[in-house]
Design a protein around this ligand. Structure first.
Ligand code: WT7
Length: 650
């Protein structure tokens, strides 16, 4: 962990701004009270949050049933997520929200749509009826492979209305990746679009669905949104246009009364094997977690225009574009396209035009904008902003300072939020009215969260110290399992330490106890805040006919955080070089998607291995990062391999 030294030198401290603190949902006093309660009795704290922030059809009888590693929260409770995100904002004292914007959407070409809570409720009810009419029942899985358009939010919420778990597959994934995810979840229906806009031109999505479904018959129907109007093949009897089905659908659909532990969604994420994991989240605990954190950390108010730039294909988009903000009755902004299209000031222009008040994005985006130059944000009036957030990877203090100065005008608190697909919601974060921030640190665990830094042996460390990040007590938004693979669930998260969640991140705690997340310590890379397993890229590479062996590692990159470097041994007789390089990059894009495409491929006639045949990734990481491979090489099988690999560098 080479960065620890530099981070420890960070002396700048930012106290909560008093104007902000005065109006905050959670002020200092509230936070003090909740921290005390959360430490003393986390179940009582979360039960209070569940009652205050979530509407239940039937109240829960028991807060937690914990048979490690299996947790059940809010047992006996019945609720519906779409009811919490929509119906409750149309009733009683909240009825005025009917004509308040729920979603402000902007397409990449500049077209905009605003859906009020009333509009969104109507569309969701209609699409829920469409799903039912296509034979989708409670418990059936629905796969969504869509661009960032309002129909994606509508489809997600419609699934929750009838209790059909959704599996959103990021639109940048390939047909192969989509097929794996559809198969693994056993999806009965797929929702997609003809295409979406990226960097000024339509890019097709429907052909990938056709390819993914070749040779399988589990999917009965495909519903296609017309977004770009591009020529689209439709298979009679299987494929239907969204607008045709919606035209006939009734706008009346009672929300299903679902068990607190009813499966809400599956979201695939990369792990240390080639096969992505279907992370399972359930209803009551997840909703409690994301609603409470949205209200407390983003300080959501009725007057806010909140914008999280994440794609709904990732967990951030699930929890903090859709569920958290809508359950709070907030206005959430959705943008379809590339942040630098048609010009580098696109995001700042959106902030100015829509008077965005809260902005949540990733460090990789911030670093990109730093490089593009201050003149772009400076062209815009961003005085509406009152709070900034970051997520997805460690933010370097210089990027934090730039965000604070240039985007936040030195007045906005910054919340650096640590969490994962598995955690469902934010676990380590500043609370903007109550916690002093230090650039680069995610600061402290949220109330009710018992985070620690352990030694390898499983002993808690005394700050200042570094080690492995763990969560010692269950929390409501935690994953309930890996879809169809409880052995892997236990092995991945619960086998390192007894009854303790192992996050896979290294962390350091400074003298005041603040957490500094140092990044993944397993074979998982974080590329622009997106998680890619080294094994996944390796299996894609070796599936190419010309490849004998491949090893993939990450190397530090100024913009994307990590860049993918592949060491490839071609089959004998195959010529290594430019053509193969291009072919392999294309092959990985086809197998997984462009996000997994190696930045660099190095050809080598052998890979460094231990005597038992394990690839020594640590050495490869050093070589890829331009460092001398100085670590322990006592188990290296063939020393000359290392020398030859270094030569391949020249
Ligand atoms: C991994 C989870 C849930 C957010 C999107 C990514 C890294 C996330 C931070 C942060 C340092 C962070 C960790 C984590 N990460 N937030 N604020 N500071 N690192 O979700 O794909 O499940 O990845 O992202 O390494 O384990 P994900």
């Amino acid at each position: 962990m080479p960065d620890i030294e530099s981070l420890l030198k960070e002396k700048r401290i930012f106290k909560p701004n008093s104007d902000f603190a005065r109006q905050a949902n959670w002020n200092k006093k509230t936070v003090r009270e909740y921290r005390a309660l959360g430490a003393k009795n986390p179940q009582r704290f979360w039960a209070k949050m569940a009652r205050e922030n979530v509407s239940w059809f039937t109240p829960f009888k028991k807060v937690l049933d914990w048979k490690p590693p299996f947790a059940k929260w809010f047992i006996g409770g019945k609720l519906n997520v779409s009811y919490n995100c929509l119906d409750r904002h149309l009733e009683g004292e909240n009825a005025w929200r009917r004509n308040k914007a729920a979603i402000i959407w902007e397409g990449e070409p500049g077209d905009t749509r605003t859906l009020t809570f009333g509009d969104l409720h109507r569309e969701v009810c209609k699409f829920a009826n469409v799903l039912k009419a296509r034979g989708v029942k409670k418990g059936d899985r629905v796969a969504l492979y869509m661009p960032m358009i309002p129909e994606l939010a509508i489809a997600v919420l419609a699934c929750t209305r009838i209790g059909a778990p959704h599996s959103v597959v990021f639109g940048g994934f390939s047909a192969e990746a989509l097929r794996d995810r559809i198969d693994d979840a056993g999806a009965k229906l797929v929702v997609t679009a003809d295409g979406g806009y990226r960097r000024g031109s339509p890019h097709a999505l429907k052909p990938a669905v056709d390819e993914a479904l070749e040779g399988t018959d589990i999917v009965g129907s495909v519903v296609v949104v017309e977004r770009t109007g591009q020529a689209t093949k439709m298979k009679a009897g299987r494929d239907f246009w969204w607008h045709d089905l919606m035209d006939e659908a009734s706008a009346v659909c009672a929300p299903a009364k679902l068990d607190a532990e009813h499966p809400l969604f599956i979201l695939y994420t990369s792990g240390t094997t080639g096969k992505p994991k279907g992370i399972l989240h359930t209803t009551g605990g997840y909703l409690t977690h994301v609603t409470t954190t949205s209200k407390a950390i983003f300080d959501l108010k009725d007057e806010d225009t909140y914008w999280c730039t994440a794609d709904i294909g990732w967990i951030t988009g699930h929890s903090y574009v859709i569920y958290g903000p809508l359950a709070c009755g907030a206005t959430t902004l959705m943008y379809e396209g590339v942040p630098t299209y048609p010009a580098p000031d696109r995001l700042w222009d959106i902030i100015e035009r829509h008077r965005v008040t809260i902005f949540y994005t990733a460090p990789t985006a911030i670093r990109t904008f730093i490089r593009l130059g201050d003149e772009h944000p400076k062209k815009h009036d961003m005085s509406s902003l009152r709070l900034l957030g970051t997520v997805g990877e460690p933010i370097n203090p210089e990027a934090w300072m730039w965000y604070h100065r240039v985007i936040g005008g030195k007045r906005c608190p910054i919340v650096d939020t640590w969490w994962q697909t598995e955690t469902g919601g934010i676990l380590i974060t500043p609370l903007p009215a109550a916690v002093d921030t230090v650039p680069g640190s995610a600061t402290l665990p949220f109330p009710g969260i018992d985070a620690e830094v352990y030694t390898e042996e499983g002993d808690p460390t005394t700050p200042p110290a570094g080690g492995y990040l763990v969560i010692r007590k269950p929390w409501p938004g935690m994953l309930r399992g890996i879809w169809g693979d409880s052995a892997r669930f236990k092995e991945t998260y619960w086998s390192q330490y007894d009854n303790t969640y192992f996050a896979g991140d290294g962390a350091h705690r400074d003298k005041r106890g603040y957490f500094w997340i140092m990044g993944r310590i397993d074979d998982v890379m974080n590329i622009s805040g997106h998680r890619i397993g080294t094994m996944e890229v390796e299996s894609a590479l070796v599936s190419h006919a010309d490849v004998a062996e491949a090893a993939v590692v990450g190397r530090p990159d100024e913009i994307t955080g990590t860049a993918i470097v592949a060491f490839v041994t071609p089959k004998s007789g195959v010529e290594a070089g430019g053509d193969l390089n291009a072919a392999l990059r294309m092959h990985v894009t086809k197998q997984i998607g462009a996000i997994a495409k190696p930045a660099e491929i190095r050809f080598t006639d052998a890979l460094p291995k231990t005597r038992s045949g394990k690839i020594m990734r640590r050495l490869l990481r050093d070589i890829a990062g331009g460092k001398e491979a100085m670590g322990d090489t006592s188990t290296l099988e063939d020393y000359s391999v290392l020398a030859r690999l270094r030569e391949s560098d020249e």
